[in-house]
Design a protein around this ligand. Structure first.
Ligand SMILES: [Zn+2]
Length: 330
């Protein structure tokens, strides 16, 4: 990709994310949420962090696991791309590409959650894990923010969500993720946005759901053309589910939000909210969520279907790693 094409695409992607006057005001507010490890490069509203103080114990990490686990990347195939062949001249473009190709590495100018949020991050994520355990993995995919609050109030084994947790969830939802290096657009404007139960179909044997219509049709067409070995690995996801995945990833990344967002869209920014879905090969396990999926016969067949597109190709402009498994809804 040449530099001009990259920057033009970058501009388009950035503009798309700034919809509406309301959001514009929210994202411009200074936030105490973010910190930068590198003291020499301070930005307004971004404090400095000592990432080594942001460590969680193995027991703490065990206590927040989402049902399907946190995506565990293996070194991706495209990490081997020779940067010299890309002919990059601009330092920022170079650094951007290096980050998304080595998405699970730590970079000097990565943005961290401020350490003051360490305990509320852990507490809130554990709370969401209790909710998921209580209502079940399938239901948790669709549960709304309001439903989360109601369940917390009604069931002592979950417990009511407290003011510090709710403030934290709002801050995480409304901070502009451009500030920590994620450039996908905002899909949901409000934390209370939800997916109506009548709009989805349960996909048997998967624990996941798809939006009826285009999304469900696309999945069924892929299965007809590629075979029953292809299976839904994640379907439509509500905001609460995306928050839980993102916070669990942030804990695993020791508070490094840049690193977390290179492999998981921040809440409100996941195309899983509007019809995208993930597919895998039966029996391929966790490798379905690695670049290894692109070496399977199923992926080869899918890539020859002219009606299928993936959302995050190599060197995409969203700030996200290569995801051959993530099917884009046209
Ligand atoms: Zn996906």
């Amino acid at each position: 990709m040449n530099k001009r094409a990259f920057l033009e695409g970058f501009f388009t992607a950035s503009t798309a994310a700034f919809g509406g006057h309301f959001m514009w005001q929210r994202i411009n507010q200074q936030s105490p949420l973010l910190a930068r490890a590198d003291e020499s490069a301070q930005t307004a509203g971004i404090a400095t962090a000592k990432p080594e103080l942001f460590q969680f114990t193995p027991i703490e990490i065990e206590s927040i696991q989402p049902a399907e686990g946190i995506p565990k990347p293996v070194p991706s195939l495209d990490a081997k791309i020779n940067l010299e062949t890309v002919k990059l001249t601009d330092h920022e473009v170079d650094s951007y590409l290096r980050k998304i190709r080595n998405f699970d590495a730590v970079f000097a100018n990565d943005i961290y959650l401020d350490q003051r949020y360490k305990s509320v991050l852990l507490k809130t994520t554990q709370h969401l894990t209790r909710l998921e355990t209580h209502i079940g993995h399938g239901n948790f995919n669709l549960t709304s923010f309001d439903n989360m609050l109601k369940h917390g109030r009604n069931f002592p084994e979950i417990g009511a969500f407290e003011a510090d947790e709710l403030n934290f969830l709002e801050e995480i939802f409304f901070v502009n993720p451009h500030r920590y290096g994620f450039f996908g657009k905002k899909i949901s404007a409000e934390i209370t946005d939800f997916i109506p139960a009548n709009d989805v179909a349960k996909i048997s044997n998967t624990g996941h759901y798809l939006l009826k219509g285009e999304s469900l049709n696309l999945y069924q067409q892929i299965q007809r053309d590629v075979g029953e070995e292809v299976i839904l690995t994640s379907g439509v996801r509500g905001i609460v589910k995306q928050i839980h995945l993102f916070l669990a990833k942030a804990i695993e990344a020791n508070g490094n939000l840049s690193r977390a967002s290179r492999s998981l869209a921040p809440p409100g920014h996941s195309y899983h909210g509007i019809g995208d879905f993930d597919i895998g090969k039966i029996g391929f396990g966790a490798r379905n969520f690695t670049a290894d999926f692109s070496t399977t016969e199923e992926y080869r067949k899918i890539s020859h279907l002219n009606y299928v597109d993936i959302r995050y190709p190599t060197d995409n402009l969203f700030g996200v790693r290569f995801e051959p498994w993530h099917i884009k809804l046209a």
